[in-house]
Design a protein around this ligand. Structure first.
Ligand code: MN
Length: 290
């Protein structure tokens, strides 16, 4: 039996959006009832690299229910504080995988690194109906505890899932995600087995490459900065040209195939559950002690 190659389904141009207290983001997609990237709901890229943008106002206290938010920083940091008493700084190479479950209130304040730049990503992952009202949970992972795997022509960091027998530190996530930061040199070939039926996307943020080669070796050229969605299959192939390499975040996950009802920072399954969330916020019962 041959492989079923993951070919390119679409290439998405990220759009600038303003969120929080006036934070400029590049958004590839956001929560929508069409749920096209199930189990993924949103992918944002923090990139404030122009000092004229001035101070960064950040994301003052806001609630989440029914989702997981995943923050991965490459440069600069995000100071974080929440209603459960957690406080911390997500710095370069660190990951925070926050499972909101039934509810948290938190603030997230991005800050420039020494060079004046910020580079980082926030991914939202859905929770299945049965876990939307679960207890909130954090997996805080420092840069040193994310394994880096070298291979001919490149290296990658495994945040969640597995590559060549190396497991990422983030575990027990309902969507069975694969989340990796992949860097390839020029003239490199990279192959990755991906479970059939899982959603597969890649965010290309440096360089350029051919993605999604089929059985005849034909792929699509994708330069930074773009989100790529792949068709179903069991093997992804990426091939860089002689002129330079590429770097991308790679995400795969098992779709839940449940109806969703997004509303701002909440993603539930029905409109009634959204109304309940708003009522809980008004009544002061949104956040519950364990
Ligand atoms: Mn948030």
């Amino acid at each position: 039996m041959g492989n079923l190659f993951r070919t390119v389904k679409q290439i998405i141009e990220p759009q600038y959006v303003i969120e929080g207290a006036g934070v400029l983001l590049r958004r590839s997609f956001g929560p929508a009832r069409s749920n096209l990237f199930d189990p993924f709901l949103l992918f944002d890229h923090f990139a404030f690299n122009d000092p004229r943008e001035g101070p960064i106002m950040g994301f003052p206290t806001h609630p989440h229910r029914g989702i997981e938010t995943v923050t991965y920083m490459l440069e600069g940091n995000v100071r974080h504080r929440d209603s459960l008493g957690n406080i911390g700084v997500i710095g370069p190479g660190d990951v925070q995988w926050m499972t909101s479950g039934r509810g948290i209130l938190h603030e997230e304040m991005p800050r420039r690194g020494p060079s004046g730049a910020i580079m980082g990503f926030q991914l939202w992952v859905n929770l299945p109906a049965a876990q939307k009202m679960s207890q909130p949970r954090y997996q805080e992972v420092s840069a040193e505890s994310i394994p880096s795997v070298a291979f001919p022509g490149g290296r990658l960091r495994v945040v969640a899932g597995e590559f060549n027998g190396v497991r990422g530190p983030v575990t027990e996530i309902a969507a069975q995600p694969l989340y990796m930061d992949v860097a390839l040199e020029a003239s490199a070939e990279f192959s990755l087995p991906v479970p059939l039926g899982h959603t597969l996307i890649a965010y290309v943020f440096e360089g350029e490459s051919l993605f999604g080669m089929d059985d005849r070796g034909q792929g699509e050229f994708v330069p930074a900065v773009h989100m790529v969605e792949f068709n179903d299959g069991d093997l992804l192939q990426v091939q860089t040209g002689a002129s330079g390499g590429v770097r991308f975040m790679l995400m795969a996950g098992a779709p839940f195939r449940e109806p969703i009802y997004p509303y701002g920072p909440f993603v539930m399954n029905t409109q009634q559950e959204i109304q309940q969330a708003l009522m809980d916020l008004r009544n002061g019962t949104f956040v519950q002690a364990n």
